[in-house]
Write a protein that binds this ligand. Structure first.
Ligand code: AHG
Ligand code: MN
Ligand code: MN
Ligand code: MN
Length: 313
């Protein structure tokens, strides 16, 4: 970390300057800044765009909203514009897009996570993972950067390039300025965020939830992966779970563009992320639509989840 002049206040540090201080790879900085630029168009379309359906479905059979398709186009356009992206995989397109054979980075993203929450005005987000090379199906352990943008009452951006996790907020000029850097997680939490239907929980997951409640953890769940994870990261404690269910043994969330980027960020902050048996970042992606159960957040809470799942299923 470059020494700053005494008296420098966080809001004087914008995203570009912070990346310059933290990351010597200028091309990686360029990709992250293009994503930040894209988020300005996404936030504008969320706030003013139409809320209807696009009339199409994605690889997961989810009905695509106009905002899903628009956000996907915005992200893709800015990544192509960067000139250094080799290939792209998006939740909203059914195959990998080869962009530039001489590109340095393979990018995976969920352009608008929680999009079905926009019409009820709940917080939504964009999730991005960045790999070196052109291979999209890499383990999360190989990520060189991950970030998310949270479109809530404030628009915030959280990133890591492997040197800690840092939070920025969009100011009145739509610039991202530093809020806090090197966010750290406590080993055990007091909140939990349980996805999926409770009556579909397996015995192990049911026992986990009862143990979390017994230790005093409070339920905090919005249905949006980005705000739910952001709450745990910024509070520095807690457990998010979208577990294996009796009728969905692989859970719901996608390894490539939801779980790996968030697992990278949470582990960078000193937390953990598991599918109940192994670390999310160590899983070999089988295909772009690979799903995994997830237990992510404070290390001791994740270890407790693994114990119940391995003992009781
Ligand atoms: P997306 O909108 O990108 O398809 O993702 C929605 C996901 C994620 O945001 C959240 O954790 C999960 O869906 C919530 O699922 P349930 O509605 O089943 O709780
Ligand atoms: Mn979706
Ligand atoms: Mn999503
Ligand atoms: Mn999505």
């Amino acid at each position: 970390m470059v020494a700053r002049e005494p008296g420098t206040t966080p809001f004087q540090i914008d995203l570009r300057r912070h990346l310059r201080e933290n990351e010597e790879d200028r091309d990686l900085t360029r990709v992250i800044c293009e994503i930040a630029t894209a988020s300005r168009y996404v936030i504008h379309s969320i706030r003013t765009g139409e809320l209807g359906v696009a009339g199409t479905s994605n690889l997961y059979g989810e009905e695509q909203l106009a905002l899903d398709v628009l956000s996907d186009r915005i992200l893709r356009k800015r990544l192509v514009h960067s000139g250094v992206v080799s290939s792209i995989a998006s939740e909203e397109s059914s195959e990998i897009l080869s962009v530039n054979l001489t590109g340095k980075y393979a990018v995976v993203y969920d352009p608008l996570d929680g999009s079905s929450l926009v019409d009820v005005n709940l917080a939504v987000g964009t999730i991005v993972g960045i790999y070196r090379g052109e291979d999209i199906l890499q383990r999360g352990r190989n990520l060189v950067a991950a970030l998310y943008i949270l479109y809530g009452p404030r628009c915030t951006l959280v990133y890591s390039t492997g040197n800690g996790v840092h939070e920025f907020a969009m100011n009145a000029l739509m610039e991202y300025t530093l809020v806090q850097e090197n966010i750290r997680m406590k080993p055990s939490g007091t909140i939990y965020s349980p996805g999926g239907q409770r009556n579909k929980y397996t015995p192990g997951v049911e026992k986990l939830v009862q143990a979390l409640e017994a230790k005093g953890s409070k339920l905090r769940y919005s249905g949006g992966f980005v705000p739910d994870i952001n709450q745990i990261l910024i509070k520095g404690q807690g457990l998010f779970l979208y577990p294996h269910l009796q009728d969905k043994p692989e859970g719901k969330l996608r390894l490539l563009y939801e779980l790996n980027p968030m697992a990278f960020l949470i582990e960078q902050a000193g937390g953990a992320a598991s599918n109940g048996r192994e670390r999310i970042l160590d899983i070999d992606p089988k295909a772009i639509d690979h799903r995994e159960p997830v237990f992510i957040g404070s290390k001791e809470d994740v270890a407790m989840a693994e114990k119940f799942v391995q003992e009781f299923g």
